[in-house]
Design a protein around this ligand. Structure first.
Ligand code: KG4
Ligand code: ZN
Length: 357
């Protein structure tokens, strides 16, 4: 079965083809440089860019995949991110997918973006069920009990900021450009973490939810008290200026990332008390973080279960994960009607699929 995946929930426009053997082709265009000028994603700008890019990207995908004279005869399902995300951005992808579905009479599948992130871990490794899923991205921090590719229960979530947001805000306040998570990681690698510098917020309770706003405040306070440590301004790309960063900032970055990672691990360990997962999945943009990876490796080793993290190229937003999640939904005999809705961040994704054709 060949599935076309479409992703446009935030600032990446992406398309991919996945079949029974894995990834067949994938294309992605990031708007990060455009939004960096504004210090964050501007929804209106993002949706216009998606609308501009999505058609030409489909041509590039087909050129890469070499599907013969009539690619549409080869595609069995069209899977699209329906949410959560920025509504205007989602609508571009969903409307595009509906048009293709209608024009070529190919069943449509609406995918939960967060399930896509988690299932990307199954592309290179076998997921053993049930799994504990830790989804850490720019907009979400969720813990999942994953029973199967199509049955996932949210055990806990952030009540305010997401882990990625906390990293991006600290980076921004320190003078790094948006999105600063990866740059903070690069700085932290040259620093020595002080485990007492920042708090492990919202862990002195017995629930599985997260709150990163307190950590963000502690980070802001430290940075305001140490203005001399801030990242030096300059014209050249920030990556090239990383060697100019102060040692104090590198140390603070390492300490801050340790606080983020340990907070995530405390709650993940607690979630393992409610059921016995057979594997641990860590996914989403922040799963690319070296400290987060290291801390979860320790947790998985302690529990003697495998740790599955998607390949670095599949940690951030992409369409491979959406095609892959759509492939699983198709295997479970599910599809959606043309009434498929786009669901903005903060709203539950409805279970409104239809059974096998
Ligand atoms: O999953 P993703 O690409 O998009 C969303 O769905 O949000 O996640 C983006 C987030 C951003 O906050 C970005 O700064 C963060 O992932 N991120 C990182 C790293 N790479 C990306 N955060 C910390 N360390 C990294 N290496
Ligand atoms: Zn994402």
């Amino acid at each position: 079965m060949l599935v076309l995946g479409i992703e446009s929930s935030c600032d990446e426009t992406a398309l991919a083809l996945v079949d029974d053997n894995g990834v067949k082709a994938s294309v992605l265009s990031s708007q990060a440089d455009i939004h960096a000028l504004f210090g964050g994603v501007v929804p209106e700008v993002a949706s216009r860019e998606h609308a501009r890019l999505i058609g030409p990207l489909l041509d590039s995908l087909f050129a890469k995949a070499d599907l013969g004279p009539d690619p549409w005869k080869r595609i069995d399902r069209i899977a699209v991110t329906r949410g959560p995300g920025l509504l205007g951005c989602l609508l571009v992808g969903v409307a595009f997918a509906k048009a293709l579905s209608l024009a070529h009479d190919i069943p449509l599948i609406g995918v939960d973006h967060l399930h896509g992130h988690l299932l990307a871990a199954g592309l290179e490794n076998n997921i053993e069920w049930p799994a504990l899923g830790v989804l850490i991205s720019g907009g979400h921090t969720h813990l999942y009990r994953m029973e199967s590719p199509v049955k996932m229960e949210v055990l806990g979530r952030t009540i305010d900021d997401a882990a990625g947001e906390a990293c991006d805000k600290f980076a921004k306040m320190a003078g790094l450009p948006y999105p600063g998570g990866a740059l903070l990681d690069a700085l932290g690698k040259h620093g020595k973490a002080d485990p007492h510098l920042f708090p492990r917020p919202y862990t002195h309770n017995d629930n599985l939810d997260f709150s990163f706003s307190g950590l963000k405040t502690a980070g802001a306070l430290w940075l305001s008290q140490h203005p001399e440590t801030h990242f030096p301004a300059g014209e050249s790309p920030a990556r090239e200026r990383l060697p100019l960063a102060s040692q104090e900032l590198c140390d603070a970055a390492a300490s801050y990332l340790l606080a983020v990672a340990e907070t995530l691990v405390i709650k993940a360990r607690r979630a393992m008390q409610s059921f016995r997962p057979r594997c641990l999945i860590v996914a989403g943009g922040v799963a690319a973080n070296s400290v987060v990876r290291r801390e979860f490796e320790t947790l998985a080793a302690e529990r003697r279960i495998p740790l599955l993290i998607p390949a670095l190229s599949l940690c951030g937003d992409n369409a491979v994960m959406i095609a892959q999640a759509g492939w699983h939904m198709a295997q479970a005999g599910r599809h959606h009607s043309l009434a498929l809705s786009a669901v903005p961040r903060g709203q539950a994704i409805p279970e409104d699929w239809q059974e096998t054709l």
